[in-house]
Design a protein around this ligand. Structure first.
Ligand code: SAM
Ligand code: SF4
Length: 313
């Protein structure tokens, strides 16, 4: 389906939980997230019904996200149900990777075709600082498990933070020399706990090109502009939601774990989907697509009422 500005909406980001086994400083507070009653979040059946309705309206790609999707009990069944829906051409999961050693094989069998793994640092102490509770060793074990399960080389998402991890740009880029990974640097967005962070933390993704001038452009992949080192196996992606918003090319809608359709990451608008079925559900999703604003105005601040863990990134 096409939205009010001629954009074809084919991509659904579906959050299955607000909970997480990490506490990344830019995403949530140190206290974490209050556990909700399971009746307050979409059931497996509701998720399947919503995705089926979205597919009828033209969605072709589904990304399961969170919170940390792999802490949701039954995540493999959820993925299997989505993967079995005719019309879902691509089923991906975005994860911090910590639970992949237990789950990678089952997710692969369930029809997940690709993983995006978030990794903001390659230094153990820094990983612990950024995530407050995490262990780099476990995250790297997750990467290894993904490979062993037969997933294609992952996209590694690294949120760039001035004075925190920008000194690691060359180390991340060097990973692409040897392996066919796609390292994607994402600009930090002023949403949730980092809304009031010092301006110096928010650096444009062009800092990557300044740090490694050998990178040459090789095209694009969705919202990422891609670059490559001469002769490298993998690519480097720059995702610039702040310095160069990609709203004109936006092809996505989001659904939160509690069943609200968010037409835009940074808008306060949310449309409730729970309790709707059949044509009423399709009509509500269609209305959400038509409610997509032309662009966000992050330069004036995000209007979203939620932290990123309650949206899904
Ligand atoms: N827990 C999973 C993970 O971390 O990959 C999935 C959910 S997480 C909210 C999705 C993505 O949003 C992650 O790559 C994370 O780094 C990114 N993210 C969270 N807060 C952000 C912010 N303020 N600016 C930019 N990216 C952010
Ligand atoms: Fe958890 Fe992902 Fe948020 Fe980090 S970015 S706290 S891993 S939901």
């Amino acid at each position: 389906m096409t939205d009010g500005f001629g954009r074809k909406i084919e991509y659904l980001r579906l959050s299955v939980t607000d909970l997480c086994n990490l506490r990344c400083q830019y995403c949530m507070g140190p206290e974490g997230v209050e556990k909700r009653d399971h009746r307050d979040i979409l059931s497996h059946e509701e998720i399947e019904e919503i995705v089926r309705a979205a597919v009828k309206l033209g969605v072709r790609k589904v990304r399961v996200t969170g919170g940390e999707p792999l802490v949701r009990p039954g995540i493999v069944d959820i993925c299997r149900r989505i993967g079995a829906i005719g019309g879902v051409e691509e089923l991906c999961v975005t994860t911090n990777g910590l639970r992949l050693p237990e789950l990678a094989g089952a997710l692969h069998k369930a029809g997940v075709c690709r993983l995006n793994i978030s990794l903001d640092t390659l230094r153990p102490e820094r990983y612990c600082e950024i995530t407050r509770v995490g262990s780099l060793e476990k995250a790297l074990a997750g990467l290894e498990a993904a490979r062993a399960a037969g997933f294609p080389a992952p996209k590694l998402n690294c949120v760039l933070m001035g004075g925190v991890n920008d000194d690691e740009i060359p180390d991340f880029v060097a990973m692409t020399e040897r392996e066919p990974v796609s390292v994607r640097f994402i600009e930090l967005m002023p949403i949730g706990p980092c809304r009031d962070w010092d301006k110096s933390r928010f650096i444009p993704a062009d800092a990557v090109l300044r740090a490694v001038p050998e990178l040459t452009p090789v095209g694009g992949d969705g919202v990422a502009r891609l670059y490559r080192l001469p002769g490298a196996a993998g690519t480097v992606g720059l995702i610039r939601p702040v310095s160069d918003h990609f709203c004109p090319a936006c092809n996505r809608i989001r659904i939160t774990a509690d069943g609200k359709l968010k037409p835009c990451l940074h808008s306060a608008t949310e449309l409730p989907l729970r309790g709707l079925h059949g044509e009423a559900l399709e009509a509500a999703i269609g209305a959400g697509i038509l409610a997509k604003p032309q662009r966000h105005h992050l330069e004036a601040g995000s209007d979203s009422m939620r932290n990123m863990n309650a949206i899904g990134g």
